[in-house]
Design a protein around this ligand. Sequence first.
Ligand code: 1CP
Length: 354
Amino acid sequence: MPNFPELKNDLFLRAARGEVTERTPVWMMRQAGRYLPEYQSVRADHPFFEVVNTPELASEVTIQPIDRFPLDAAIIFSDILVIPQALGLEVQMVSGKGPHFPSPLKTPDALNRLDPSVADTVLQPVYDAVTQTRIDLNGRVPLIGFAGAPWTLMAYMIEGGGSKSYRNARRWLYEHPEASHELLDTLASLIADYLIRKVEAGAQALQIFDSWAGLLGPGLYRTFGIPYLESIVGAVKDAHPNVPFIAFAKGAPYALPALATAGYDALSLDWTMSPETVRGEVATDIVLQGNLDPCALYGSPDDIRRQVQHMLAAFGPHNHIANLGHGMHPDHDPAHAGVFIDAVHELSETMRAA
Ligand code: 1CP
């Protein structure tokens, strides 16, 4: 591992490890991205995957929100879909629409097209981007590495892009359960290896995004979600036991009990989940992350402060990392993101003093 600059703000890492902190740390999912004019101006000259795969550009857009706001963590600019690319699938980013796979996996025979031998070549620029960003951050805040969860990636690989119900992908789970397990298993081992290598490249914490966990329901999630999230955290913790690892299973409260015992350090809640209920029913003292409704940022600054006050009261002063319940939207006003971040800082300090 290279010799990186000393970390000046370790609030996020201490909170993620369950230590008592002087205020609540805050970062935002999708904090680097389209709502920032400085991001749009980089994208005007460079296609999406060029930004991802050019360490200087990835570092620049990762640090843009850190320059603008007093955030407590950076998340490496990349995408969950680099993993399907690393298995040899083509992924295009269509502007205004999102990801598109020209040849998605239609039937189980298509699994033969997956070619993990290209993974190292495809993913090396991401590792280089992590190292470059960690150097450029100069210890201001810790750097989070991330991956998509196996089920969420499977959903895109079969559907071929974004979808409301991921009907084709869910159909596979019933129609081709063995092939589904084969695909999920291939993804889980690649993801574990990828996250381990991101840590070795400089990531100081990890998050796994199961954005479409909520489409499965408890039964299918137990079979096709949980075992793979368990195997990933097991492999990553064997290699790097002290690197905080956060799990985000959006829309899936039924995932939380198993994730709490699987070895994840923190659970990220979406805005439909109640922290009091999770603390009462799942785990009293696990670190929780979240969970302001991203749409709350469309409200007035006074409303945002009120909502933050409620959020902080609901989570309590310790074992909490403030965040949104999902990512920033492209039409969010950056000034309102600033109000959210400042409110977490100010109100969480006041609450501790009280
Ligand atoms: O034109 C553009 O600039 C593309 C917009 C964009 C951006 C800024 C995409 C396409 N990806 C990203 C960056 C990204 N994606 C980050 C950057 C780091 C940060 O958070 O600041 C991260 C963590 C992701 C992860 C990601 N990509 C997820 C999981 C998180 C979530 O939002 O649930 C998912 C589901 C994706 C797929 C994806 N990539 C891009 C889009 C628009 C989408 C979602 C499409 C859909 O709704 O299906």
